[in-house]
Design a protein around this ligand. Sequence first.
Ligand code: PLP
Length: 391
Amino acid sequence: MKDHPETLYIHGKAQHTEFHGSLSFPIYQTSTFSFSTAEEGERRFAGEGQGYIYSRLGNPTVQALEERIAAAEGGEKGLAFASGMAATSAILTSLTKAGSHILCSNGIYGCTYGLLSLLKEKYNITHDFSDMREPQEIANRIQPNTSCIFIETPINPTMRIIDLKMIADLAHEHNLPVVVDNTFASPYLQRPLNLGCDVVVHSATKYLNGHGDVIGGVAVGKQSFMDEVGKTVRKDGGGTMAPFDAWLLLRGLKTLHVRMERHCYNAKQIVDQLKQHKRIREVFYPTDASHPDQSIAMKQMTEGGGVVTFTIKGSKKEAMSMMNHLNLVKIAVSLGDAETLIQHPATMTHSTIPPSEREKMGVNDSMVRLSVGLEAWEDVWKDLEQALNRL
Ligand SMILES: *Cc1c(COP(=O)(O)O)cnc(C)c1O
């Protein structure tokens, strides 16, 4: 019988009986590995047998994390990167060449948008956006040079949901791989590979680590493809994760399920309170009855996640004033930390997107995004309520 995901977060697949029985995986804080003989060095460079060479190419602590995250996503092979963006750029550059085309979901992460602009400017790798709702509309946007479909769901900050199975089925009819940025859901709430998608990328900085003290990224996919990424773009591009960061992530991952349950529980309580408050206009939470994509969310996610977005009755001035009156809740971007964080998308995470584009994405000036933390939700609400009551 296969172990449950929660067990894999803690034990991985391997039974580590070595390392003197150390339950915490050792940190191999080394740049290079010595060979016992010159011939052994020759064999390692030829890729024969096990063994490490140099930590940019591979490191035992980093590899332990890669195996555990692959197990968590139900994929064949994982690779760890210095940041979520290093993971995304390695996967997208691996799947494209000069002149390719990428079809993306609307409202992707700001720096992913920046990466696409860079690829276009430098290598004529063009892109197109779709809201990824209507199969025919998506199919119409596929071009002869389209090399992959890249999606993010839930979409930041509107929490719109894309039907992963529908996209995977459609993409495969066109022989296209689907890459999913699974940062907002985490593998505990959503496993895109099980629904037919081909590659998952994460900003491990967020829920996977969960403690706000690492910048990191991971990607999981088929063995042959990921081996190729490891041997080319990651090795030569150089965005490898450091051993200490991998160790912090191994530690964070052990509590992913416990943290996610609490994030989701707290988020739902906050949603219920926000919906009753007279200064709130709209609340966006994937599994809430008021959400336009609730049925898709219920189908592919086990719960709605820890991010709640809402609009207040008022303008940018009132949104910022409310944020300035918070004490416990911290004004910060990022998400998935133990602390509840709040940010103003229009002037922070989405400020580089032109206002007209932002409007199309559903991002307006009275909108704030809350990453609900692990505190007692009553205390988080008390803080939000007093700030809202001052408006
Ligand atoms: C934070 C984030 C990223 C980028 O990750 P970094 O670790 O900051 O490089 C990518 N996608 C999403 C959805 C994110 O939230």
